[in-house]
Design a protein around this ligand. Structure first.
Ligand SMILES: Cc1ncc(COP(=O)(O)O)c(C=O)c1O
Length: 433
């Protein structure tokens, strides 16, 4: 039992944790969390509109998850992935195969995080195709290991970290709001960005393309949903022509977040490899990289491994987590609640010039703040809004390549009354500027 005062915890955090990796530390000392509410050690309640970065889709501390964890922990907590016949893990892999957006995706490797899931995907794509180039978007975010940092399209995250992997071909993300040319609609935007990608690939690739990694809704760089037609024409115009697998990073978009079980279901394509983490474990660390039998067979003994990957306790939580999402149809709830929030945000956009763009899918929503009609990013203002919302008892995230996007990603079980409170706090924070 830790019984320290707020001041002691903050002082020791700065003394013993490496905290200089963040801009500023949110002054929240957490005592407990339930559903969509986080309580601090002084008993103050906060509405959680960020879900621990899109993890707690089913809400905090669900009794069913706690009992699944206890039940498994009493049997055994760890045996290492050296012993593969772990019943709970086999069961989880089977459940995942049942909910995949493609019947071909039946085989899973389990790790502990999103970055590990993407590492597995990169290695698998290289082994399967026997080619090494990876196409990725800029901006994008796929993790912080050196491999995943290499395929992350954001220079700021890589400063002082090189040399990174070579053979990464970055093409511009279809960030239509900031397109440097005039686009009339989403479809046209999607088409132009595929053409741009095709030209860059034609000119820079050495015809060694192993895959294209992409999030259906680009999360951390500012909640940017891909245009409806983008993945389909990317597949037809580029991957079918140059070769390479379609790797869908569902680390943030998976498990109901975008209004479908998986974000890619909004698009008319089937992934070759899909990576998952965050909400998969219902709050416990777990990552997964799922693919077809044929692609999986490219790995040979010794190619890949993880001591903790597929921890049985996390697996037990993940099975229960998937059951809850399916039973409570949380993906559908995310769609309905997301539509409600988006409508209100669009109304606010008409009233406040600082709101440049409102976008997202389901309960993965971004509000891009700008200073003027030239769309100058309102970075400081975003920070002020986040701080003011904190003072009002609402936790939101900040994202975007310019740090000017307010991220609203609450647990999918959040009540409408709490969504109203988030929106009201947001509006007051804007007025307060
Ligand atoms: C799309 C995406 N991929 C990968 C990652 C990396 O996941 P992790 O932090 O679990 O390694 C993240 C984390 O935010 C992410 O948003």
């Amino acid at each position: 039992m830790i019984s320290m005062s707020r001041e002691d915890i903050i002082r020791d955090a700065h003394k013993y944790l490496i905290l200089n990796i963040v801009d500023e530390v949110t002054p929240l000392v957490i005592a407990e969390a339930k559903g969509s509410v986080i309580k601090d050690i002084d008993g103050r309640e906060f509405i959680d509109a960020f879900s621990g970065i899109s993890v707690m889709n089913i809400g905090h501390c669900r009794d069913e998850i706690i009992s699944a964890v206890i039940e498994q922990a009493k049997k055994y907590m760890h045996v290492s992935s050296y012993y593969y016949y772990v019943p709970i893990l086999v069961e989880l892999a089977k459940r995942l195969a049942q909910i995949m957006p493609s019947k071909r995706l039946t085989k899973t490797f389990f790790g502990n995080s999103g970055a590990e899931a993407n590492e597995c995907a990169i290695k698998l794509a290289r082994k399967y195709t026997r080619r090494h180039e990876i196409i990725a978007l800029t901006p994008s975010f796929h993790g912080r290991t050196l491999g995943t940092l290499s395929i992350t399209g954001q220079g700021g995250r890589k400063r002082g970290m090189g040399p990174l992997l070579s053979g990464v071909i970055f093409v511009p993300a279809p960030y239509c709001y900031r397109a440097p040319f005039k686009v009339d609609d989403e479809e046209e935007c999607g088409k132009i960005y595929v053409e741009l990608a095709r030209d860059i690939i034609r000119e820079t690739s050495t015809s060694q393309i192993s895959g294209f990694i992409v999030e259906p809704v680009i999360g951390e760089p500012g909640i940017i949903p891909l245009p409806k037609n983008y993945l389909k024409i990317f597949r037809e115009e580029i991957l079918d022509r140059y070769g390479g697998l379609l790797i869908i990073d569902e680390v943030q978009t998976g498990f109901g977040r975008t209004g479908k079980m998986f974000g890619v279901e909004h698009y008319d394509v089937e992934p070759d490899i899909m990576t998952m983490a965050k909400a998969l474990g219902g709050g416990l660390p777990l990552g997964a990289c799922t693919t077809s039998e044929e692609i999986a067979s490219a790995f040979e003994p010794g190619d890949h491994f993880s001591t903790f990957g597929g921890n049985p306790v996390s697996a037990a939580a993940a099975i229960r987590n998937i059951e809850i999402i399916l039973r409570e149809e949380l993906h559908k709830k995310a769609e309905e609640k997301g539509a409600y929030v988006m409508k209100r945000l669009h109304e606010l956009k008409d009233r406040y010039k600082i709101i440049g763009d409102v976008r997202g899918k389901g309960l993965m929503i971004g509000v891009e703040l700008v200073k003027d009609s030239s769309k100058t990013p309102a970075r400081e203002e975003a920070k002020k809004i986040m701080r003011k919302m904190f003072d009002e008892g609402v936790l939101v995230g900040i994202g975007g390549v310019y740090g000017n996007v307010i991220r609203i990603q609450p647990p999918l079980v959040i009540e409408y009354e709490k969504l109203d409170k988030i929106l009201e706090a947001f509006e007051r924070s804007i007025r307060n500027l």
